[in-house]
Write a protein that binds this ligand. Structure first.
Ligand SMILES: [Zn+2]
Length: 68
């Protein structure tokens, strides 16, 4: 069985680092103030890596965004 379907790149609902659901409130059509990222400190290195990959277009998921 092969599940090598092409990655739907630039899906705003997916984390640029791990391609999992990032649960971004903005991508889901909610207010940014409702987003989980307002409640936690985003790891700078993770943010930088995400920006490098996707030019700041997508949000990180909680797992990648949180300080390790
Ligand atoms: Zn992630």
């Amino acid at each position: 069985m092969s599940i090598t379907s092409p990655v739907s790149h630039s899906d705003p609902k997916r984390c640029p680092l791990c391609e999992q659901d990032n649960q971004c409130a903005v991508a889901a059509g909610n207010k940014p103030s409702n987003c989980w990222c307002m409640a936690v400190k985003i790891e700078q290195q993770a943010q930088h890596r995400a920006n490098t990959i996707d030019g700041k277009k997508r949000c990180l998921c909680q797992q990648c965004g949180r300080a390790f």
